[in-house]
Design a protein around this ligand. Structure first.
Ligand code: SF4
Ligand code: SF4
Ligand code: SF4
Length: 222
């Protein structure tokens, strides 16, 4: 491996930091010779505004009871006039060896040829096995359609029409990057930034990369 790896635990998960060139990671994923799409969340730029989550809800018709995307505001330390927060994206990570696909009895949970883990609505019988199997708890059963739903990088609502996922489009901080893993923009970002992956036991490597950042927020603004 040409990158240095450092592991530590946040909650129940393992965080893997990659310092500079990320070619080894990409080489590993390229061995499949499949096109892979990935999302990057740059936490150093994210201000926790939640515009991405609100736009996702609207564009993908997510009911109040469900969520495809949220930005957790995790308080890290408290000061007299400010609180330090970690803004952490919670959404499907399009894992390798995804357990949601493995447990689905009908094949409704599947991975498309871009590596995007999706739900084929007509095939879903609403059994919720996939919801229980996802260690990140980022799937929900839509109470209206009675089928499982989650982030699919806006595959139906946006990608099919040639647009980027809505979260990327609306982010005022340019904190989100989406694209083929072997594209210049993603490759350059991975090579030039120290990033990490948040991986829980039971699921394979995520295709959501993060740059660690925390922000001091005035208590007057909370
Ligand atoms: S994050 Fe959950 S829903 Fe997404 S691919 Fe992984 S196991 Fe499946
Ligand atoms: S709820 Fe639908 S997608 Fe999930 S395991 Fe059951 S049939 Fe498959
Ligand atoms: S829209 Fe951008 S800045 Fe706002 S919470 Fe989402 S990722 Fe962060």
């Amino acid at each position: 491996m040409t990158y240095t790896r450092r592991k530590f635990v946040i909650g129940m998960g393992t965080v893997i930091f990659f310092s500079g060139p990320g070619q080894s990671l990409l080489a590993a994923s390229n061995k499949t010779s499949q096109v892979r799409y990935a999302m990057i969340h740059d936490e150093t730029l994210c201000n926790g505004c939640n515009l991405c989550a609100r736009a996702c809800r609207k564009v993908n018709h997510v009911p109040d009871q469900g969520s495809r995307l949220s930005i957790a505001h995790i308080p890290v330390s408290d000061h007299e006039n400010e609180t330090q927060y970690h803004f952490f994206r919670q959404s499907c990570q399009h894992c390798e060896d995804a357990p949601c696909i493995e447990v689905c009895p009908t094949g409704a949970s599947w991975r498309d040829d871009r590596g995007i883990v999706r739900v084929d609505k007509p095939r879903c019988i609403g059994c919720s096995y996939c919801i229980g199997a996802c260690p990140y708890q980022v799937r929900y059963l839509n109470p209206v359609t009675k089928v499982a739903d989650k982030c699919d990088f806006c595959a139906e609502s946006r990608l099919a029409k040639g647009f980027a996922p809505i979260c990327v489009n609306v982010c005022p901080q340019n904190a989100l990057i989406f694209g083929r893993e072997d594209s210049e923009v993603v490759q350059n970002w991975l090579k030039n930034n120290k990033y990490y992956e948040y991986q829980l036991k039971g699921a394979g490597a995520p295709h959501l990369y993060r740059r660690f950042g925390q922000h001091l927020i005035s208590k007057d603004n909370v």
